[in-house]
Design a binder for this molecule. Sequence first.
Ligand code: PEP
Ligand code: MG
Length: 563
Amino acid sequence: MPELSGIGVGRGIAAGPVARMSPPPPAPADEASERSAEAETERVQKAVAEVAAELEARGRTAGGMARDVLEAQAMMAQDPTLHEAVATRLQAGKTGEYAVHEAFAEFRATLEELGGYLGERASDLSDVSQRVIASLRGLPAPGVPDPGHPFILVAEDLAPADTALLNLDQVQALVTIQGGPTSHTAILAREKSITAIVGVAEAASLTEGQQVIVDAGAGAVITDPTQEQLDEAQARRAAHAAQAAAPITPGALADGTAVPLLANLGSAKSTEKAVALGAEGVGLFRTEFLFLSADEAPSVEEQREAYQSVLEAFPGQKVVVRALDAGADKPLSFLNDAPEENPALGLRGLRALMANEQILRDQLTALAQAQENTEADVWVMAPMVSTVEEAEAFTALAKEHGLATAGVMVEVPSIALMADELLSRTDFASIGTNDLTQYTMAADRLLGSVASLQDPWHPAVLRLIREVGAAGIASEKPVGVCGEAAADPLLAVVLVGLGVNTLSMSPAALAEVRAELKLHTLKQARGIAAAALTAATAGQAREAAQQAAQDAVQDTVQPAVQH
Ligand code: PEP
Ligand code: MG
C-alpha cells in the first residue's frame, strides 16, 4: 500500500509523520467498580482537572472566539452540580468512567429540555464528558492531536470549527477519509493554504507516526517514502514557493483581456495575505464563517465592525459580500435549527434569510454602514437562489438599504437555466460552482463516497455555466465565478471562454491561475471551452481542454486554428 488516492485541494506538497484525530472513546459499560469510592473519586477529580487545564491552554493558544468557547467548556468540566451527580454514582459503586458518562448524559438531557442558549451547549457537554472518559482510560483526548512536533493530520473529517482552529506551525498537511473537493473543510484548508487531500477512503489504514508525503496536486498520499521521494517533494515545495514569488500583475489573458482575479475570504484575518498575493478585490466574502459558533444573531454593530475590517483592506476595489449562507454543513443555529432530513435541499441560504427577514435586514443595515465608513466598492449577493422572484426580492431589499449593486449566486440549476431572466432583474451573477455541481450531479459535496461526481469539469455543469456566461454577454452584466472551479488553472481558462469576466478563489491559488491565463488569448480560451463542451464525461472534458490548450500554444507559433 505505498500510495493512497483521494481528491487534492490545491497543489501543495508536504511530508511528515502521521498523527491521527482521535475518535471518541467507546461508551463505558454499567458495571461495579473494583476500586473504593474514594479511589474512584480521586481518579475522576484528577481527570477533570487535567481536562479543564488542557481546554484552557488550548483556548489561550487559539485566542479570539475559540478561547471563549474553550474556556466555557473548561468551566463546564468543573461544574459543581455535575460533580455532585458524579459523586452520588461513585458512592453507589459505579466506575469513574460510567459515573461521568451517566451524570453528564443526564445533565445534557436536562439542558436540551431547557432549549435556547443552554440547549445549544448540550453537545459541548458530550465533548467534555468524552475527554474526561478518555483521560480516565489513559487514551488520547478526542479531537485534533498535539504530539508536540510538526505532523500530518489524518481524520475521518473535520468540522469547520476544527479546521479553523488548526495550528499551522504544527499541521503540515491534512488527510481526511470523508469529504469532497468542495466540502467546507476543503475550502477552509485552501483558505489557510493547508496542503490537503480529502476523500481518502484508505487513510483509515495509516498508523500513528508513519512517514508520508501528501501530494495534493496528484491527489496521492505516499506512505513510507524513500529519501529520493522526500528530496523530490522538497524540490517541488521550493518550486511552488518560487512560483508564488513571481511578479504580481493584474489578471489578464495573453491578448490583454482583463480578467480580474479576486479573493474568497471568510474573515478579516486573510485580507493581508490576499492583498499580498495580488487579489484585485474580493469576489466572495463568506460572512457566515464569522458567526459559525454564535448562538444568537450577531448585532448590527458587531457585524458592521467585522465587515468594515474586511472592506478597509480594499480601498477603491470591489468587495462582493455574500449574505449569510446558513444550512447543511454551515449551520447557524439562530437562522435554521429545525432538524431537516435533507438539509442541503432545505431552508438554507436565501430561503433561511427570507424566513428570518429581520436578520437579513440587520445584515444589510450593517453592511451599508460599513460601506459608508470605507472606500471599498461594495457589492452584495444572495446565496442559494432558485427563482427569479427570490432574486428580485433580494435585489429590492438590498437597494432599499442603500446597497447600490446587488446580485445573486448561481448555485442551483433552475436559476442557471433562467440566467437571461435573472440578469434582467438583478445587477450581476456569481456562479458558485461548488453547489452548482452538487445540485446538478445530485452528489452531496460532503460525502467521500460520491466525491468523484462532484466534478465541475462535468459537461452538464459546463453547459449550465455557458447559459449564464451567454446571458451575461447579452445583457452586458458581470458574471463571475467564486466556486473552487476558479482555482483550477485550466478550468479557469474554460470559464473565461464560457463568458465569465472575473474569477474569485482562495488567495493561495491566485499565482497559478494568473500564470495560466497569460498563456491564452480570448479566442483560444473560447476554443478550449468549446472543446470541453463537446465531451460526454468530466474526464473527457478535462482531456479535450488540455489537448485544445496544447494545440493553441502550438498555434501561437503557427497560424491559429478556428474552433
Ligand atoms: C459555491 O457553492 O460554489 C460557493 C462559492 O459557496 P459555498 O462554497 O460557500 O457554498
Ligand atoms: Mg454555495
